[in-house]
Ligand binder design. Structure first.
Ligand code: SF4
Length: 134
């Protein structure tokens, strides 16, 4: 069953993966994905997800603003796990939309993305203190 727990990790298994499920990433690797930093998927009813594959919401526009959702714990946890390569049990671990990448290489990509400030408007700040972020 696809859950709707806004504060839980998106644990997935079996049928929840649907057509999205691919091989897990190896230790030291993560997914080549910037979606939790630069993309949102919004249902007409207001549910917000970090991408079209993710099985759980990260927030609800009927309850709070997009800016708050993009700075709240559910999406920050997804970012942290991608940056650390700690994807066990999550949709990102089995994601067939994004190729594997070494953890250090994703960190470089996110750092470049952050420093040039493309995420400034909705994340509410220009990220120059990368080591403390997210
Ligand atoms: S499920 Fe895939 S596309 Fe979505 S945030 Fe995770 S790695 Fe990115």
């Amino acid at each position: 069953m696809i859950g709707n727990d806004h504060h839980g990790e998106a644990d997935v298994s079996g049928s929840e993966l649907g057509t999205w499920g691919g091989p897990k990433v190896e230790p030291g690797w993560t997914r080549n994905c910037l979606d939790p930093w630069n993309f949102v998927f919004i249902y007409a009813q207001g549910e917000v997800r970090p991408c079209c594959a993710y099985p759980k919401a990260i927030g609800d526009l009927n309850k709070t603003s997009l800016k708050n959702i993009l700075n709240d714990e559910p999406v920050k946890k997804i970012r942290r796990n991608l940056l650390a390569g700690t994807l066990e049990g999550s949709m990102c671990d089995r994601c067939s939309m994004r190729a594997p990448i070494k953890v250090d290489d994703l960190k470089k990509k996110v750092k470049e993305f952050s420093v040039i400030g493309l995420c400034h408007k909705y994340l509410g700040r220009r990220v120059t203190d990368f080591e403390k972020w997210p």
